[in-house]
Design a protein. Sequence first.
Length: 133
Amino acid sequence: MPKNISKSMPVNFILSIVFILLALLLGSMLSRCMPYQQQIQQGNIITPAMMASLKPGLDKEQVAYLLGTPDIKNPWNQDEWYYVYTNKEDSKPLVEHQLKLIFDTHQKLIKIEGTYAPPSPLQYTTVTTENSK
């Protein structure tokens, strides 16, 4: 093997590593210079008026008419519906709300849990999350 090839190989390897590191550093710096991150909203928006319309004894069809179809239906318990709303900007949550509706065996609304403001006549449990403090 010629002498000049064996000596230039480590130099080429080091230059390649330096080039890769500089490219990663430049890419990291450019990603931080983005001036605007769009807000991302996901889920159902449930207004206080919609929450006030919930009453004990409403059936699943009536609840779906008032609030829309649930985001999640528990596959192991068909009597639990979940509504989730998030609004994020720059990958950081601005708003997060969860709503869990529980129905009895006759498909009538009996309980609400979550972080939305409660309608007065229902039993309601407020769940506090770190982001809502």
